[in-house]
Design a protein around this ligand. Structure first.
Ligand SMILES: [Zn+2]
Ligand SMILES: [Zn+2]
Length: 173
């Protein structure tokens, strides 16, 4: 949706609260497409800073359907989103170079593009169903959170062999 923020951009000293709803029902990026399970209204506080310039603070929570990086089970990921940016009126001299330029259409804020950007910035580096997820067995593929499978997965670590050699050499000196 587009949110008209012309009052905060043009009225000196203006402070206003606004709410906006995200229309998108999924988030698409290089990582894949994630269905949005729940979204709260986005709460904006807009504060006029000077002619054609306003501070835009906002926050919301969005929950996505994702998959655990280790065991591939479905996980619900809730992202708290918070931002604090400066927006400009289209005739302001800094409007074109501002990092908020892609989110503005005249005096209106493109909420969808802004939120896509904020979600991308806040996306977790790793998605786990739980902190100590045991993942799947590399041999049989069983989800190890449900118990051991009994496969022999012992792989001698070549780095340990090197350390052992150093210890033994030192002993001889
Ligand atoms: Zn997991
Ligand atoms: Zn196994």
């Amino acid at each position: 949706m587009l949110l008209n923020i012309s009052d905060a951009l043009t009225s000196e000293g203006k402070v206003e609260q606004k709410q906006a709803a995200l229309e998108a029902d999924s988030f698409k990026s290089r990582m894949g497409e994630f269905k949005i399970l729940e979204k709260k209204p986005i709460e904006f506080t807009l504060t006029n800073l000077s002619a054609g310039k306003a501070r835009m603070e906002g926050k919301t929570d969005i929950s996505f359907q994702a998959v655990c990086d280790r065991c591939l089970e479905d996980v619900e990921v809730t992202l708290p989103i918070a931002f604090d940016r400066v927006v400009y009126a289209p005739d302001h001299e800094e409007a074109e170079d501002a990092d908020t330029a892609p989110f503005m259409e005249g005096y209106q804020l493109d909420v969808e593009t802004l939120m896509h950007h904020e979600i991308l910035e806040n996306w977790p580096a790793k998605i786990l169903c739980r902190e100590d997820c045991k993942g799947v067995c590399p041999v049989c593929g069983k989800n190890l959170n449900y118990g051991e499978c009994g496969c022999d997965t012992f792989v001698p670590d070549p780095r340990m062999a090197v350390i052992k050699d150093i210890f033994e050499r030192n002993k001889e000196v």
